[in-house]
Design a protein around this ligand. Structure first.
Ligand code: SME
Length: 161
């Protein structure tokens, strides 16, 4: 199936998930499963959420699909995850072996995308996806992953977290 069609289908499934999920946590659990099952190059998919009240702030592993990672808690000054959360910008790394910030989760990982999740104008967490394929996250994938982060942010806002 052409990638644009696949992404279109997955987008509409994600929108259904967001409408039907009772909580943001439920949405995140179902979202990581859907992305991992349907997007064949998304080999590890997970959320890191900022822990409330921790100083300095720390990202804590939330819902994920794929192998267990050694990085369960990530300070904001570490990793590609820390870079995305501290700047509030999407980070895409086409070849993780060339990025000194990269914290290894699996030896098979070649590329990575991390998209911040905003609620009420603030970064509250992020969606991290690793691929066994180099440069897997082209602009159409970036759009899809950013859409996911927006859905979760809206759900968090709606739940008055
Ligand atoms: N690679 C990330 C760490 C998380 S694992 O990929 C699941 C980073 O460099 O921040």
């Amino acid at each position: 199936m052409p990638v644009a069609r696949k992404i279109g289908e997955v987008r509409s499934e994600l929108s259904d998930l967001a409408q039907n999920a009772r909580t943001a946590e439920e949405l995140m659990r179902e979202m990581v499963k859907l992305l991992h099952d349907r997007m064949l190059k998304y080999n590890w998919v997970g959320f890191y959420m900022l822990e409330a009240g921790t100083e300095p702030p720390v990202l804590v592993l939330g819902a994920f699909e794929g192998a267990m990672t050694p990085h369960v808690r990530i300070p904001l000054n570490q990793g590609i995850c820390g870079a995305a959360a501290s700047t509030g910008q999407t980070v895409i790394v086409d070849d993780v072996s060339k990025d000194p910030r990269y914290l290894a989760c699996s030896l098979e990982t070649k590329s990575e995308i991390v998209v911040p999740v905003f609620a009420d104008g603030k970064v509250v967490g992020e969606l991290d996806i690793d691929s066994h394929f180099p440069a897997a996250f082209t602009p159409e994938h970036q759009d899809l992953v950013q859409y996911c982060a927006t859905l979760v942010g809206k759900k968090l806002e709606a739940s008055g977290r």
